[in-house]
Ligand binder design. Structure first.
Ligand code: ZN
Ligand code: ZN
Length: 664
């Protein structure tokens, strides 16, 4: 019979570990957090050092009593939750709930492999209260802000709205980007390309017959072509000139591999290469980390812990990767000494990058045991690690200058001489320009001059990848928060994902404007970044968490009191319309509610008639007088007919006017 109880936070992890530590231990799962602040009230005693009032989460009572039963005849309690603040806090709550009269051990490992787990059980530690306090401070900070701002928004905008600390700053990034895009004035410019050919074509059919060079200079000046007239004028002049190769430069460039994945980089590249959202990436990474059955009765964690900002890799792992490279690719691909990467200053030294738990576990070999998505993500992580220990690629870059009178054209081509790490991992598809072999002084034949019109472009909307990158660069996110932030602002409908890119909703925009006016500090990137640094310092034991909360709450409370009076009341900003209420004949007016603008009878509260504002697009159903209205279901947003339930037309996307015309 087992002598000790081990608690982890998920059944998958429990199953993996169970097989590794033998019969002396009984492994159970807490199913995540067991205790938290109450949802119904602030649950923080502000008057008494911000003491949090925890309660057992609904649905976890049964789990706690199950764990109590399991620990009854056991003296030793091992807490093996994940190696970060959140995991530490879960362990602490478990210790509080179950630990009476027990010996409590905290076991920390970053990968779920027999070796790492056994090693951790041989060297258990105590719960790290600095980590727990950093977690409590974040939880309480978010609670203070969320539970203060939300009622204010109910009063000023609409019931049911909520606002959060880091989420609001993130929405602001998206709102500001949208404003930049809306106010952007595209500038017209033109380019001229010359399609050129060797006078004596080469016999080798490897090389292209013609190539294109771009007009770069007019005399000594950079070529700037603002309009069509000017472009056509130039074409006429250039036509008459003779084209000569004036300079050829050949350079060898080294392209170095990149470090293994941090959470942020994994989320970015997983979006760019696999189109996985940050949330999806983390869900799959967790499955890989917690362990999968990979045949021969072996259940093992396939990657190291997926929440990390470190690029460091264990010595053992580097050794394995180097052995694999040597065996598979040969010495030419292996650097004389291991490649070293530097983590950001904030990264925790004890942590590692996200890497395969064994470099020898090739994706192809375990493909049959993984879901397609698990396999894709595992392959990305595995390739990144292997490539990080390989030699750089060597690229030959050829730049050619071609002179036609006073007009200077240029073209460059590149060719991979030695693929190095690119044999395993490419960041982006390299565009190789293949040029015929040219000599300085050589004359070229002009095939065609091709002018083309272009416009300058506004900055792009954020994607999962670029948003995570921005959060990291601005210092307002941490490995554990990127994905939840994105999830929350979508759930609250402050932003929507439109073909992979984030747009703010009208509600997101107005709430951001109001918060920006009344709470400039909360919406300030620098302030939020500093708060993250302060939380890091609590974890490092350099800062007192209660003092941090006190320092924050005083000024915040004052701002909140002012905002109660001074914040614009959008609820009162109603607009009369010409529509007539079909129930009482009074005019309808536009009001704000939790889901944005809606039409309400001006006779409210006498007449309670209210309806959605239509999109102005006619219902495509023949003979239906209705217009399409945006509606929300559990599965997301869609468009329905204003004549519902008489007409049941629905569509995911708004039909265009011409599509509607075509039907009637
Ligand atoms: Zn009415
Ligand atoms: Zn209809």
């Amino acid at each position: 019979m087992a002598k000790a109880l081990v608690i982890v936070e998920s059944p998958a992890k429990a199953k993996t570990i169970n097989k590794m530590i033998g019969e002396d231990y009984l492994v159970e799962s807490s199913m995540g957090h067991v205790m938290d602040l109450r949802g119904s009230s602030m649950s923080v005693d502000i008057e008494h050092n911000f003491t949090p009032q925890y309660h057992v989460l609904p649905g976890r009572k049964k789990i706690i009593s199950g764990l109590k039963k399991a620990s009854k005849d056991k003296k030793d309690l091992y807490l093996a939750t994940d190696p970060d603040r959140e995991g530490e806090a879960i362990s602490w709550h478990l210790a509080n709930a179950l630990g009476k009269g027990k010996d409590i051990y905290r076991v920390v490992f970053h990968e779920i492999t027999p070796q790492a787990v056994k090693e951790a059980f041989q060297h258990p530690t105590a719960i790290d209260m600095n980590k727990v306090n950093a977690q409590q401070a974040r939880r309480i900070l978010d609670r203070l802000v969320g539970y203060s701002l939300s009622p204010l928004l109910w009063k000023k905008v609409g019931r049911g709205l909520s606002a959060g600390r880091v989420q609001s700053v993130t929405v602001k990034l998206i709102v500001e980007r949208e404003k930049e895009i809306k106010s952007f004035l595209p500038q017209e410019y033109w380019e001229i390309e010359a399609e050129l050919k060797k006078e004596k074509p080469e016999t080798s059919n490897q090389k292209p017959e013609t190539f294109k060079a771009k007009l770069e200079k007019v005399g000594e000046e950079k070529a700037e072509i603002k309009n069509k007239g000017f472009a056509e004028d130039l074409v006429e002049k250039i036509k008459k000139e003779e084209f000569t190769v004036s300079r050829i430069e050949v350079k060898e460039k080294k392209k170095n591999p990149q470090a293994p994945f941090t959470t942020s980089k994994l989320q970015q590249e997983s979006f760019n290469k696999l189109r996985f959202s940050a949330q999806k990436t983390m869900k799959i990474a967790q499955e890989l980390y917690e362990g999968l059955d990979i045949g021969k009765e072996e259940t093992v964690g396939l990657i190291t812990y997926m929440r990390t900002d470190s690029v460091a890799v264990s010595e053992g792992s580097i050794k394995e990767a180097r052995q694999f490279i040597k065996d598979k690719f040969g010495d030419k691909f292996l650097p004389a000494t291991p490649n070293q990467y530097k983590s950001k200053k904030t990264a925790q030294e004890a942590h590692e990058a996200i890497r395969p738990t064994s470099a020898f576990r090739e994706p192809q070999k375990i493909k049959g045991f993984l879901s397609p998505d698990q396999h894709k993500l595992y392959e990305l992580i595995w390739r990144k690690l292997i490539s990080s220990q390989m030699n750089p690629a060597i690229i030959e870059v050829t730049s050619v200058d071609i002179q036609a009178g006073i007009y200077g054209f240029g073209v460059s081509g590149s060719r991979v001489i030695f693929p190095g790490y690119l044999s395993v991992y490419t960041e982006e598809e390299a565009q190789e320009e293949n040029l015929p072999s040219l000599k300085e002084g050589e004359h070229l034949e002009l095939v065609a001059l091709i002018p083309s019109q272009h416009f300058t472009k506004p900055p792009p909307r954020y994607s999962d990848a670029s948003l995570v990158k921005a959060l990291e660069e601005d210092g307002i996110g941490r490995p554990s928060t990127y994905a939840p932030i994105i999830q929350t602002i979508i759930a609250r409908d402050y932003v929507r994902r439109n073909q992979g890119y984030f747009c703010p909703t009208e509600m997101g925009t107005i709430v951001t404007e109001l918060l920006q006016e009344s709470f400039p500090a909360i919406l300030d990137i620098g302030f939020t970044a500093q708060m993250e640094t302060d939380l890091d310092e609590i974890e490092e034991g350099k800062r007192d968490w209660v003092v941090l909360l006190q320092d924050f709450y005083g000024p915040f409370k004052r701002t909140l009191n002012i905002a109660q009076v001074s914040m614009r009341n959008v609820k009162k900003e109603t607009v009369m319309t010409e529509q007539v209420c079909e129930q009482c004949g009074r005019p309808m007016m536009i009001k704000w509610g939790r889901n944005g603008k809606f039409l309400s009878c001006s006779g409210y509260p006498e007449c309670k008639n209210a309806k959605s504002i239509t999109t102005g697009v006619k219902c495509p159903n023949e003979g239906c007088p209705g217009e399409l209205v945006e509606r929300k279901s559990r599965r997301g947003f869609f468009y329905g007919c204003s004549s519902y339930p008489k007409c049941t037309f629905t569509a995911r996307k708004l039909p265009t006017a011409s599509e509607v015309e075509g039907k009637t």
